[in-house]
Design a protein around this ligand. Structure first.
Ligand code: ATP
Ligand code: MG
Length: 408
């Protein structure tokens, strides 16, 4: 039998609808902030991700779907959106013509990680990149944009954590402090973290195994005056607008972050980060562009959808139209179309089946009401309107159906 590849998923019906709804919420908010859409390829040169996401990250070392194409190029399915977005920004000459840009993207990403709940090998990200603005106002706007999307979409039960990683001036000292601190427990580190300790100690705090153990007592970042002022200003702009918490152990997994980093999460489990992001002032330059600052984030669409579904399971209002016998099929069909025309979701039309089979189908599709045409009363022109939950049924004139259901 044909079989789905492990770690991938089919998204069907209501699950697809909730993602579409999230996308609409996001588009509405992006518009309010003046962000423009960026549609870029799913495939890039592998090199792009090695250089930008970073070759010390798990994403690049182990999770990338990389392959040779027929023309001797090594390509990769994108594991995240930022490298392609920045490539497009540079390549389309925005850096010279109009360096201040706000972009958003919606698209699927690919990571060959261990599949589990909330962790897939193909998943959807909605992301934003604010380029060309070094001011704390950009960091704050990026965070508030994300919060506004959550609000519009209806996810409320999340927490926001923020931190500052400093810059090239103040991060090295922090790095040294962190190596000293982590070295005291070196033997107890997982194999990966032993390796990370010297190369990228910040990443140890982001490790799913060792991170939580060491995070609590980790030395605080000692920010240089410019970074401290920037971080203070970001907080000032956020205060009173959203609830947030400063978490000095928040580091984020990617190599390119500087200064502000943030995460939105529901609960404490490892797969509960809905979105994350931060400032990446060095990335545009390191990818061959001029020295242009930027801040951005990416949201996991499936995780955001799951957070909302858990908070308020939504029931669709569907009316099922059934016909008792052949002579009423056309009228039943016309009523079904009239309901749709009036903006009421209608299903039915299974007229080659008997009424029992039709009512079974009404149940299966989760309809709230059934409209039954035919039988004794057909001569006088009424229809039976049946509430499928408590199951009570009443007769109603066909002409009054649409209005009655609209009121319900
Ligand atoms: P995590 O800590 O869960 O591994 P991450 O730090 O790797 O997340 P990012 O690279 O920051 O995640 O991506 C942003 C968001 O994309 C995450 O917050 C999460 O919601 C979502 N995401 C990341 N990896 C996956 C995945 N394999 N399946 C589904 N969603 C994912
Ligand atoms: Mg990850």
């Amino acid at each position: 039998m044909a079989k789905l590849v492990r770690g991938f998923k089919d998204i069907i019906g209501a699950q697809a609808e909730i993602l579409t709804e999230l996308e609409s919420s996001a588009r509405k908010i992006f518009k309010l902030y003046g962000a423009r859409e960026l549609r870029i390829p799913t495939v890039e040169l592998k090199e792009l991700f090695v250089k930008s996401t970073g070759d010390s990250t798990d994403i690049v070392q182990k999770e990338m779907y990389a392959f040779e194409d027929g023309g001797g190029r090594t390509l990769a399915l994108r594991p995240e959106g930022t490298p392609g977005a920045v490539r497009a920004y540079i390549e389309n000459n925005f850096t010279q013509a109009a360096p201040v840009q706000q972009f958003f993207y919606i698209g699927n990403m690919f990571r060959a990680e261990r599949p589990q709940a909330g962790r897939y090998r193909e998943f959807e990200q909605i992301g934003a990149e604010l380029l060309g603005n070094a001011a704390p106002a950009a960091d704050a706007a990026a965070i508030l944009m994300l919060a506004d999307i959550m609000k519009e979409f209806g996810v409320r039960n999340y927490g926001v954590k923020i931190n500052s990683l400093g810059c090239n001036d103040c991060r090295p000292a922090y790095r040294r402090d962190l190596i000293n601190y982590l070295s005291s427990g070196k033997e107890t580190l997982c194999e990966k973290c032993k390796d990370r300790l010297e190369r990228n100690p910040l990443r140890v705090l982001d490790c799913k195994i060792d991170g939580p153990r060491f995070a609590a007592a980790a030395p605080a970042q000692k920010l240089c005056p410019a970074c401290a002022e920037h971080f203070e200003e970001v907080q000032k702009l956020l205060r009173g607008k959203i609830d947030f918490e400063i978490d000095n152990s928040l580091v984020r997994g990617l190599d390119y972050y500087t200064r502000t980093v943030f995460e939105f999460r529901v609960g404490d489990a490892a797969q509960n980060a809905i979105a994350g992001g931060g400032r990446y002032d060095g990335l545009v330059k390191s990818m061959g562009g001029p020295d242009i600052p930027a801040v951005g984030w990416a949201m996991g669409a499936e995780r955001a959808a799951a957070a909302r579904a858990a908070a308020e399971p939504k029931k669709d209002f569907i009316v099922y139209v059934a016909s008792m016998d052949k002579t009423c099929n056309e009228i039943a069909f016309n009523i079904m179309q009239a309901l749709r025309g009036a903006g009421i979701a209608a299903q039915g039309g299974l007229f080659d089946k008997n009424i029992k089979a039709q009512m079974k189908q009404a149940d299966k599709c989760g309809a709230a009401y059934a409209v039954i045409i035919g039988g004794d009363e057909f001569a006088n022109n009424p229809a039976a309107l049946k509430n499928l939950q408590p199951g009570e049924q009443k007769r109603i004139m066909q002409a009054a159906l649409v209005e009655t259901l609209k009121k319900i």
